[in-house]
Design a binder for this molecule. Structure first.
Ligand code: FE2
Length: 325
């Protein structure tokens, strides 16, 4: 089934085309974050201005025309309301015009499932780390399959923490990727470490790291911030691995693009004879292909929604959404 997926939950407007589980195209336009962070109204305006072009580019990249599309999937949530609405509107308009089925998709399930399949993992412990979300999950297959949240952040997502720090440190662009670049060759300075069971917290380390900028080099603070916060994720993931007796770790979401995080998780996996898997970076960043990917599975099993039921939900929890495999 040829499915167009639309993602617009945060800074990225993405569109991807998938057929038979194969990604045919994956295009996006990303809001430039600048020094003031994400202003919801401005990000939504960005999505409005770029939606048509990104969708057209996804279709031409896949070598298909709009009339060839057999189903539409869009991100229902979680995300920023005004941004989610743009993708929802584009998806509903196209579905109505073409008279084809449409299905809302949970953003987090998109991240995990595309990484799981691309990494050829069966039933992993998933570490889902992005700007807005940081969770450790595993499928709970009693009755309908749902991801059960084993651990999560008490406050902000690790990606949000890294982005906030990047802004405070004057890094350009103000993303976590700049923290990773800056951390190369740094030396360790002490940072607060907060793990409770399989939950963690990032506001304390953010405040501390910002203060350390006055006392230490940016390189040392970036290095120590990454080493400490990633160690927190590794400890909680290791605990989840042991608790669930799983032998697979799937890391996904925007922060899964970080090489050092994957390197540290690989050490945890090796210690326990487990396998670690992840998608290529293009599919860890927010993207339309992951939404099309999950949407195709749902639509091909007859799961669809009427236009009036195609809503958005800013706090759409991953554990409330059924996983269709
Ligand atoms: Fe995301």
């Amino acid at each position: 089934m040829l499915v167009l997926g639309i993602e617009s939950s945060a800074h990225t407007f993405g569109a991807g085309v998938v057929e038979a589980g194969k990604v045919l195209s994956n295009k996006k336009a990303m809001y430039e974050i600048g020094t003031s962070g994400m202003i919801p109204k401005k990000v939504a305006e960005h999505h409005i201005l770029n939606a048509n072009e990104v969708i057209a580019s996804a279709l031409s990249g896949a070598g298909v025309s709009v009339a060839d599309i057999e189903g539409i999937a869009y991100t229902k949530g979680p995300g920023i309301g005004s941004c989610l609405q743009i993708g929802q509107l584009a998806a509903k308009t196209l579905a109505k015009k073409l008279g084809i089925p449409i299905v809302p998709v949970n953003h987090g399930i998109g991240h995990i499932e595309i990484a799981r399949i691309m990494a050829n993992l069966a039933d992993p412990v998933a570490l889902y780390v992005s700007g807005g979300n940081s969770q450790i999950l595993k499928i709970d297959a009693h009755g309908k399959a749902h991801y059960r949240v084993l651990g999560e952040t008490f406050d902000i997502g690790i990606g949000n923490m890294l982005d906030n720090f990047a802004r405070a440190a004057g890094l350009n662009p103000a993303w976590g990727s700049s923290v990773e670049r800056q951390a190369q060759g740094g030396s360790y300075i002490s940072m607060p470490y907060t793990v409770k069971g399989m939950d963690f917290s990032f506001t304390g380390i953010l405040t501390h790291a910002q203060r350390q900028l006055k006392l230490h080099t940016k390189r040392d603070v970036c290095f120590s911030l990454q080493e400490t916060s990633f160690s927190m994720l590794c400890e909680a993931t290791e605990r989840a691995l042991l608790l669930t007796r799983s032998d697979e770790i799937c890391v996904c979401g925007g922060v899964a693009q970080n090489s050092r995080l994957k390197e540290m998780l690989a050490i945890v996996a090796k210690d326990h004879g487990a396998r670690i898997g992840y998608a290529a970076n293009e599919f860890n960043a927010d993207n339309g292909a992951m939404i099309a990917f999950v949407g195709e599975r749902m639509l091909s099993r007859g799961i669809k929604a009427s236009l009036s039921k195609c809503t958005i939900e800013q706090r759409y929890r991953i554990d409330s959404a059924e996983v269709v495999r």
